[in-house]
Write a protein that binds this ligand. Structure first.
Ligand code: HEM
Length: 140
């Protein structure tokens, strides 16, 4: 059980990080070229968004499971709370970005590039905070 949750937690970190790096590189390529992504690339962006949201939800589910299994709850230490803040920022940014992207695609208009860029930056900061705080929280 513990090993399974950890493996899923680590895979979800891999996917959340991959989506963040991939979206940043793709977004900046389009911004530099001054172009709006064509619809099929827009769909690929939306898929990245769903994978990111799926990953962060998996991080929360497996993380809550691990915290209860190994530490008897979420009150582990101060650094763990900073990690949860980082994870909450990532969840919020991902949810908001997915809702915005979904609405834009439904209305057949391009998503707000400046807003999406901000959200990706926010998500990146949240992941960085969560990783650094995890290192602190789980070090002797
Ligand atoms: C962006 C989100 C997250 C990132 C980047 C992240 C990162 C990490 C990393 C790198 C570890 C390995 C640390 C170690 O074992 O030394 C870890 C383990 C763990 N994480 Fe997360 N995590 C995230 C979200 C969460 C959430 C939301 C929770 C709980 C609600 C959580 C709870 C845990 C627990 C309990 C462990 C196991 C520690 C142990 O093995 O003793 N994580 N996480």
């Amino acid at each position: 059980m513990e090993i399974g949750l950890k493996v899923l937690h680590y895979f979800a970190i891999l996917f959340a990080g991959g989506v963040t790096v991939g979206s940043t590189i793709m977004q900046s390529a389009y911004v530099r070229a001054g172009e709006v992504p064509p619809p099929h690339v827009g769909k690929a962006f939306a898929l990245l968004g769903y994978i990111g949201l799926g990953s962060i939800l998996t991080l929360w589910i497996t993380g809550i499971g691990l915290a209860h299994l190994l530490y008897g709850g979420l009150g582990i230490n101060g650094a763990f709370h900073a990690k949860l803040l980082g994870a909450a920022i990532v969840l919020g940014a991902s949810l908001f970005g997915n809702i915005h992207m979904h609405g834009a695609m439904k209305a057949k208009r391009p998503p707000n590039a400046a807003l999406m860029k901000r959200l990706v930056q926010l998500g990146r900061g949240g992941i960085a905070l969560a990783i650094i705080a995890a290192a602190v929280a789980f070090s002797a």
